[in-house]
Design a protein around this ligand. Structure first.
Ligand SMILES: Cc1cc2nc3c(=O)[nH]c(=O)nc-3n(C[C@H](O)[C@H](O)[C@H](O)COP(=O)(O)OP(=O)(O)OC[C@H]3O[C@@H](n4cnc5c(N)ncnc54)[C@H](O)[C@@H]3O)c2cc1C
Length: 416
């Protein structure tokens, strides 16, 4: 069996390793040039699902690179008042999480993760590469017993299965499931990055910089999210300034809470918009926004796939953002892409019939994806679109759940 994977992102490369480990012939086709700079981005928080998938699919050497690059971070979600009272702390650590060397939650730079995934994908001269660079997929054709993928340079290649791991604007999805479109949620995040050094390191208390997920919930509109990641991305050196870690913050608001055309504003204007919104907040948070280099500040319009309904399996399937792109507000997009890769790999290596295997994978993937899509959309709309009454109720619920463990378990789940 030969598997064609479109996209050398997190999910596509993980699948490549998993299939090769199981003795299945697989090749990746990536539109970018090999040494193309990765877009500067947030780091990734790898949770138990993502880590389990990487450990299961990657060769030992690659796994060790991730193990070395990831900083262990607590699975703690905090909700703060802008004046620094903690409204609630949700400690999702299980006893197993703190001792299991594989699934212990980590923060890792996207560049280091990508580097580890690309390790060992080079082949000797004269041997077909595992990753074909500069190969922009355009479309595919199904024929008896196989699939042919076409590329923008006029070339094509044949395989038994085609996997679209080509991210949120997937051309494989456009052809495979043409009716499935991302929805705009009417929410725009304004996000910035600042090195955890100097005045910022001095101002921010430990619970805002330990790698836990921090939410600042004002009494009125808006919401701020912040967390820390290790530096180490070659593309982020401009903002890391020699610091070992940096803080990413994001202000979430409805699009109509900003001036018209907010997505076209430059970093200086965006910084002013956020500074105005936090002007009466506690000093550490204001210091963090003030110290952020405006060139790192950008808008992130939030889009999401709708809930996925059933379709009949074929030789063409999808994973990760290509099928269930979600908002970043649950921090699980990468982890679900990695988990898809592991599950698809398992299905393809255990079933006799490839289309049957894809059917098994897709049924489980849709179920898990729909839960993740619902969670990420709910987090985004609660953060940015809740009216004053809902916000008051939410803050009251947070305070009450902080004081009453049974209520906390009921609201946030039994694992707390
Ligand atoms: C601002 C932001 C912050 C995020 N933070 C987090 C986080 O903290 N934790 C988390 O879990 N997730 C996070 N995510 C989500 C996460 O980055 C994605 O869910 C994840 O990268 C998806 O992996 P993937 O393999 O599906 O796609 P990608 O990693 O996007 O890879 C897709 C690949 O396909 C290639 N490609 C696209 N089109 C073609 C084509 N036509 N032909 C050939 N190749 C093509 C692309 O160049 C790319 O290499 C964040 C996302 C955003 C936008």
């Amino acid at each position: 069996m030969r598997v064609l994977i479109i996209g050398a992102g997190l999910g596509g490369l993980t699948l490549l390793h998993g299939l090769r480990r199981a003795g299945i012939d697989a090749r990746v086709f990536e539109r970018s040039a090999h040494q193309a700079r990765q877009p500067a981005s947030y780091g990734i928080h790898l949770n138990a699902d993502g880590l389990h998938a990487l450990h299961a699919c990657l060769p030992d050497e690659n796994w060790k690179m991730i193990d070395a690059a990831g900083i262990p971070v607590p699975m703690i979600i905090r909700f703060h008042d802008p004046h620094r009272g903690v409204l609630a702390t949700i400690d999702k650590r299980f006893p197993a999480d703190t001792t299991d060397p594989v699934t212990k939650r980590r923060a890792v730079s996207r560049g280091k993760l990508h580097e580890a995934l690309l390790h060992n994908t080079h082949t000797d001269v004269g041997v077909e590469p595992l990753v074909h660079w500069d190969k922009k997929f355009t479309h595919y054709e199904l024929h008896t017993g196989g699939v042919r993928a076409y590329f923008a340079d006029g070339s094509h290649t044949d395989g038994d299965i085609l996997v679209g791991a080509d991210g949120s604007n997937s051309l494989v999805r456009h052809q495979r499931l043409p009716g499935l479109q991302r929805q705009d949620l009417g929410i725009v995040n304004i996000a910035g990055r600042v090195p955890l050094a100097g005045a910022v390191a001095a101002a921010l208390p430990a619970d805002l910089t330990d790698g836990g997920i921090n939410n600042v919930v004002p009494a009125r509109n808006g919401w701020m999210f912040l967390s820390t990641w290790p530096t180490g991305d070659p593309d982020n050196t401009d903002v890391s300034n020699g610091a070992a870690e940096y803080v990413v913050w994001a202000w979430a608001g409805s699009r109509d809470s900003y001036p018209d055309g907010v997505e076209k504003l430059d970093g200086t204007h965006l910084k002013r918009l956020v500074s105005e919104r936090v002007q009466d907040w506690t000093t550490p948070l204001r210091t963090m926004v003030d110290a952020t280099d405006a060139t790192t500040i950008t808008t992130v319009p939030l889009r999401t796939m709708p809930q996925l309904s059933e379709w009949a399996p074929s030789r063409v399937t999808l994973l990760g953002d290509a099928i269930h792109n979600m908002t970043p507000m649950a921090g699980i997009g990468a982890n679900t892409a990695l988990r898809d890769a592991e599950h698809l790999c398992h299905a393809l290596t255990t079933a006799v019939d490839p289309v049957g295997a894809i059917g098994v994978y897709e049924t489980a993937m849709r179920h898990a994806a729909n839960q993740a899509l619902a969670l990420s959309t709910r987090n985004a709309t609660n953060a940015a679109l809740a009216g004053p009454t809902n916000r008051t109720m939410f803050r009251t619920l947070l305070r009450a759940s902080a004081a009453i463990p049974a209520l906390r378990r009921k609201v946030f789940g039994p694992s707390i």
